[in-house]
Structures are given as structure tokens and as C-alpha cells.
Design a protein around this ligand. Structure first.
Ligand code: SF4
Ligand code: MG
Length: 320
């Protein structure tokens, strides 16, 4: 399978400044040495609690913020070595959909116009062509033609997310980062948006990085899933394998928190102790040791190796 996005040893640190002179006194290691691949046409899920670095990965691999270290190859090209002009030409191929599309919509600009904006930015000058493309895209995304001239406040949360998806789709992208696209929506609406994303993927051969704190959301859409904790990838495998056979204690804890439809089905509930430590000052050794139910001495001293235990199932734990 063709590798569309290849990420190696990616790091993204945010400096913490302090004191009278606002010197750098430390770093928040939002993404701390993460490697993975995304194949063309696949949907990779990224899960973990808020603050684990998922969104930062999404933004950094699109070069929407600058990396600290590592490499990001898109279609074999190093995004961080591309000249500005070439990066600009690549931009339409890589789009992002945010949790709250409303915040990125200008309240005084009609929705049809907002969806078509990027076409003008990339040199389409014929307003008729733009209008046609916008209407077609709106239609694909489940928005009606008459809504072209409506303003953002006239739309419901689910419809606004359709607008957000239409804005990403108008450029005919190959790769879309969807950053918690359904987290702000009612459960009934969530399914509609996930189905839309799934249909679009099939019809347009899209590749997704789908970010969510909710494992049950990625289960339906994603082919593979990566689990993150405090800036590190702790486990990654096919979705099926991960749900059937979670290996990392953190993944097991996340899994056990998903409500099961059948109450007679017994599952060991793993409840995590304590809060997530600060990524500015992560625990030594295995970063999960302060909350891990099976941690032992070696976990405090030595970071476990992230390794393939067979069948492309990667995990970082001393006791797997
Ligand atoms: Fe838990 Fe130790 Fe495994 Fe980390 S390495 S997940 S602390 S058992
Ligand atoms: Mg986030």
C-alpha cells in the first residue's frame, strides 16, 4: 500500500517562559518523538485524553505550526523542506476540519461564499465556476442550494459541521485531518456526520487522520487506531485488533470506560488513579507509571520500547 503520510520522530515542544525577563524555563513536550505512517485511502484514528498531543500532531503534520524536530513526508516530499511557493501549491491537498467550525466562520459572510473562499485564493477567478463548485459540494455534504445565501448563525451545530466539511472538500483534497469533528455535537447528530465522512471517504478516496477522545467514535470510521498518552504513542494497531485485544494498560482503561450495550456482558473495569501529569514535567521512565495499575520499579526508571509485537500491533509497555 502506498504511504501517503510518513511521520518520523516528530517532536513539538512549546516553550514555557518565566521570570522578569521571560526567559525560557522549560518546555511542554506536546509531541515527544512520535512515528507513524498513513496509507492512501485509509483512516487512522488518534485517541487519548485531552492534552495528550493529538491536535498538535494534526496541526504539525500539516505544517500549520512548526515542528521542533523529526520529519514529515507527504507523498514522499519533506513538508518542512518545501519552498514556500510549493507548499502553497500543496495546501489544497491537505485540509483540516475542526471541532467548532463556527469559530472559523465570519458571521457576516454568507455560507456559500465562505465555502468558495479558498477557490479564489487558489486562482479560480470565474465566479460562476466557483458558485457551481460550491453548490455541488454543498449538495454532497447534505446542504441545500437555498442555504448558499444564508449566514452561519442560521445553521444548527450539525449543519455547521457540514459547512466545515464542505470548506475542506471544495479544494478536492487527498488528505483530511479531522480534529474532534463530532465532539461538540449531540449523539444523534454525531452518527450523521460520521456517516457523511465515511461516504465521502469511499466516494472520493480520501485519507483521514481522525482525532477523537472517544474510542467508540473511531471504532466505526477508522481502519487503524493509535493511542496517545502525554505526547507519546503508546499503542497502535488495526481497529479490529485493538478492540479485541488491547495490550497497553492505558488502552485497556480507555476501553473499559466505554459503556457496553449488553449489561450481562462482564468486563473488568479499570479505573485510572490520579490526574494526568503535566506534559511540562512528565514522569520518568514510562510516563504512565503514576497511573498504571500494574506499574513496578522498572517502569519508573526505564522508558519502555515502542515495538511491534506481531501483526503490525505496536505497543510500549515493559509487561506486554
Ligand atoms: Fe504500566 Fe509499566 Fe507498562 Fe508503563 S511500562 S504501561 S507503567 S506496566
Ligand atoms: Mg484537541
Amino acid at each position: 500500500k502506498e504511504v501517503l503520510m510518513q511521520v518520523d520522530n516528530l517532536k513539538k515542544y512549546f516553550p514555557i517562559t518565566g521570570g522578569v525577563f521571560q526567559r525560557t524555563v522549560g518546555n511542554v513536550k506536546a509531541v515527544d518523538d512520535v512515528s507513524f505512517r498513513i496509507h492512501r485511502g485509509e483512516s487512522l484514528g488518534l485517541v487519548g485524553e485531552s492534552g495528550c498531543g493529538k491536535s498538535t500532531i494534526g496541526r504539525t503534520i500539516l505544517r500549520l505550526n512548526e515542528k521542533t524536530d523529526g520529519t514529515v513526508l507527504f507523498q514522499g516530499k519533506d513538508l518542512y523542506k518545501l519552498p514556500k511557493e510549493e507548499l502553497r501549491r500543496m495546501r489544497p491537498k491537505m485540509q483540516i476540519v475542526f471541532q467548532d467550525p463556527f469559530s472559523s466562520l465570519n458571521p457576516r459572510i454568507k455560507v456559500g461564499q465562505a465555502i468558495g473562499e479558498a477557490l479564489y485564493d487558489h486562482g479560480v477567478t470565474d465566479s460562476k465556476v466557483v458558485r457551481e463548485r460550491v453548490l455541488e459540494t454543498m449538495n454532497i455534504c447534505g446542504l441545500a442550494s437555498y442555504q448558499y445565501d444564508r449566514y452561519p448563525h442560521e445553521f444548527s451545530g450539525g449543519q455547521r459541521q457540514r459547512i466545515g466539511i464542505a470548506r475542506a472538500l471544495i479544494m478536492n483534497p487527498e488528505f483530511i485531518v479531522a480534529d474532534e469533528p463530532v465532539s461538540a455535537l449531540d449523539v444523534s447528530i454525531q452518527a450523521q456526520i460520521i456517516n457523511l465522512l465515511s461516504d465521502l471517504q469511499r466516494d472520493k478516496q480520501l485519507t483521514y487522520l481522525f482525532i477523537s477522545h472517544d474510542l467508540s467514535v473511531v471504532e466505526h470510521l477508522c481502519d487503524r487506531v493509535g493511542v496517545m498518552y502525554l505526547g507519546s504513542m503508546v499503542e497502535m494497531s488495526s481497529t479490529e485488533e485493538l478492540f479485541r485485544n488491547p495490550l497497553h494498560p492505558y488502552t485497556k482503561a480507555l476501553m473499559s470506560a466505554i459503556p457496553v450495550p449488553d449489561p450481562t456482558y462482564k468486563r473488568d473495569r479499570v479505573v485510572l488513579q490520579g490526574d494526568i501529569p503535566s506534559p511540562a514535567n512528565p514522569p520518568s521512565g514510562c510516563k504512565f507509571h503514576t497511573r498504571c495499575p500494574i506499574a513496578s520499579d522498572i517502569c519508573k526508571q526505564q522508558a519502555p520500547e515502542y515495538r511491534d509485537v506481531g501483526n503490525d500491533h505496536l505497543v510500549a509497555c515493559h509487561f506486554v
